[in-house]
Design a protein around this ligand. Structure first.
Ligand code: DSN
Length: 416
């Protein structure tokens, strides 16, 4: 039973914005690597009565009455997370990626402790200690970088920094790095100094769940964090899985340490997305996301658009717009958006330009793959991107993008 709605009649401004956004997504192509199209079933959980209730605590240990079905939902989500990521413990309550990572730091470390993490322009995330994030002020972040044309992690540097700074935690993971990570190498270095290992796989969580990329928990990592709305295709949210010795501290750090009542409509949606992710169909989806990214990268390179690291092992591509002579990432983002190709500007390693006008542009294939696109459509997208960056007239490109988008509807999305 779903609530009946009269949003349109009651608040025509908000209703119109939702209709317009629906149309915008339907008629354009989302190429932002961190975005995706979720399932109709997740829209159903997110719009359900579960949004009404407080459920502070954990299954069997809640603070308010009326929790029978919330316990059931959270237990299902936790068990599915443990199975998908082959972990001993899971917490599915983080509201999103930032509180998820903060909970791990606060749960397992003390303020002032050192964390060894990826340099931000080389692909690290804001919560990995950007000066603008509170985490950068509370913890002491030391940075490792990538090297060479292929952008490999410099493990000599990781080890030297680990031995020098003795971090309490070795953190790997990224929001803009198109290569696979060698988890065993991180683990070996962390073991040498007795550090906790944490992998923030927010971008690639779905690709790991779908078996297309390696799982850091299989390499003996202590903690894995992932958002649930990127490659995992669930609702917005975050989750933490870990080895049993870290379970209690992480749970207490999430609640009551950092958050109050979990958003149980999200938790239910996360459970649904993980049921989907356990299916063979999702494994095929994860492989197709990777294949599409490779195809797109090859096409762009053939068109004279250089890629940071020279290619991709995952779902994302980082284009070196400045080196290609196409201006900067901000200009490229605007040019492409005018054509219905929705992307984001991106810093590249050691970028000489500021974040507002960086040298790069980041692309990803999760959302177009969710619309059923494969090699030929992705080649077509590559061609349209190249034409737009090369200054071809906008209108014909925009028409082709819209036509491609409309031939591949967003699953379950009705246009009214
Ligand atoms: N905003 C997300 C991304 O685009 O990578 C991460 O926080």
């Amino acid at each position: 039973m779903q609530p009946t709605s009269n949003l349109d009649a009651y608040d025509s401004e908000i209703s119109a914005a939702i209709h317009n956004e629906t149309r915008r997504q339907a008629q354009t192509l989302t190429l932002i690597a961190s975005e995706n199209h979720t399932y109709p079933e997740v829209f159903e959980t997110n719009g359900s009565i579960l949004t009404d209730k407080y459920a502070e605590g954990y299954p069997g240990r809640r603070y308010y009455a009326g929790q029978q079905f919330y316990d059931e939902i959270e237990r299902l989500a936790v068990n599915r997370a443990k199975e998908l990521f082959r972990a001993e413990h899971a917490n599915v309550q983080p509201l999103s990626g930032s509180p998820m990572n903060q909970a791990v730091y606060f749960g397992l470390l003390e303020p002032g402790d050192t964390i060894l993490a990826m340099d931000l322009t080389h692909g690290g995330h804001l919560t990995h200690g950007a000066p603008a994030s509170h985490m950068g002020r509370i913890f002491n972040f030391v940075r490792y970088r990538t090297r060479g044309a292929r952008g490999e992690i410099d493990f000599d540097e990781v080890r030297a920094l680990a031995l020098k700074h003795k971090p309490k935690m070795v953190l790997c993971g990224h929001s803009s790095y198109p290569r696979e990570l060698d988890y065993a190498a991180f683990k070996a270095i962390a073991d040498e100094i007795g550090a906790i290992t944490m992998a923030d796989v927010s971008h690639i969580g779905g690709l790991i769940a779908g078996g297309a990329l390696a799982n850091p928990m299989d390499a003996g990592f202590d903690v894995l964090t992932t958002t649930t709305h990127k490659t995992l295709r669930g609702p917005r949210g975050g989750m933490i899985v870990c080895r049993q010795p870290f379970a209690r501290k992480i749970d207490s750090a999430v609640f009551p340490g950092l958050q109050g009542g979990p958003h149980m409509h999200q938790v239910a949606g996360i459970a649904v997305a993980m049921k989907k992710a356990a299916d063979a169909e999702f494994q095929a989806y994860a492989r197709q996301v990777l294949a599409n990214a490779k195809t797109l990268g090859e096409h762009l390179q053939q068109s004279g658009i250089p890629l940071v690291t020279g290619g991709t092992d995952n779902h994302m591509l980082v284009l070196d717009i400045a080196a290609g002579g196409f201006g900067d990432g901000a200009q490229a983002q605007m040019t492409l958006e005018a054509c219905g190709l929705v992307t984001n500007k991106q810093l590249i390693p050691d970028d000489p330009n500021p974040p507002a006008r960086p040298s790069g542009l980041r692309l990803g294939t999760p959302a177009v793959t969710s619309r059923g696109m494969r090699a030929s459509e992705v080649q077509n997208i590559g061609e349209l991107i190249a034409q737009a960056l090369q200054g071809h007239p906008t209108q014909p490109i925009a028409e082709q993008v819209q036509s491609l988008a409309e031939r591949h509807p967003i699953p379950g999305l009705a246009l009214s």
